[in-house]
Design a protein around this ligand. Structure first.
Ligand code: MN
Length: 228
């Protein structure tokens, strides 16, 4: 018998390629981490460092499941991103130790109400309703970092109904993964179970109901979902 007065909410988790589940504590995201995407959003990529926001852990959509078209938007966008899964926590992690903290990798979609993001930016409002919405984090199976080189390069791509919308290389990141982890850990103590969505390249665009989204990163895997 527990002392919980209601049933505890389910533990968010992501399947691991080859079996098992990675339990998720938090989802951190990096904003504006590819120069070409910063430019397409109307920003100077050199004007400021990337910044962080978050999504709730239960925003995850497990690979293959449908992603409901979001309410309160007429401009729902895909952003394909490399995801790092933390295995060992820490704070103020040095860049040269950062990869010791990573358990594995995956491919994720940072689904975004772009119209509400523009509204938030214009009014100095929080990004919560643009980024932290339900079902806004489709994710593919995680692969263990063991045996995989640190993903500092490799093709990253997103197709909608078979048509390439985003195509770039991980090496185009403004801040690479070790720097992202080091910087994030200055603001938040990281724990095992934390996912980090590391930003998206150019080519973000609106989806509509029925669209089939397939994201991929060479050597890491894929994420697939249908907008329902
Ligand atoms: Mn993003």
């Amino acid at each position: 018998m527990s002392d919980y007065v209601i049933a505890p909410p389910p533990q968010a988790a992501v399947p691991v390629a080859g079996g098992g589940l990675y339990p998720v504590r938090r989802i951190y995201c990096v904003g504006r981490n590819y120069a070409d995407h910063a430019r397409e959003m109307g920003h100077d990529p050199n004007a400021e460092p990337p910044f962080f926001f978050s999504k709730p852990a239960d925003a995850l959509v497990i690979n293959g499941a449908d992603t409901p078209y979001a309410s309160q938007t007429a401009d729902y966008h895909h952003e394909v991103e490399l995801v790092a899964a933390i295995g060992v926590g820490g704070k103020d992690i040095p860049v040269d130790r950062a990869m010791d903290h990573v358990w594995g990798y995956g491919v994720g979609l940072d689904m975004t109400r772009r119209d509400l993001q523009a509204w938030a930016k214009k009014g100095g409002k929080p990004w919560e309703v643009a980024k932290g919405l339900d079902h806004s984090a489709p994710i593919g199976a995680l692969v263990p970092a063991k045996g995989i080189a640190t993903p500092l390069k490799g093709a990253i791509e997103l197709k909608v109904n078979g048509e390439v919308r985003q195509s770039a290389d991980i090496s185009d990141m403004t801040w690479d993964l070790p720097h992202v982890i080091a910087e994030l850990s200055k603001y938040f103590e990281l724990f095992a179970g934390d996912l980090i969505f590391t930003g998206t390249p150019a080519g973000v665009s609106a989806v509509k109901k029925g669209d089939r989204l397939v994201g991929s990163i060479a050597g890491i895997g894929t994420v697939e979902t249908t907008i329902a």
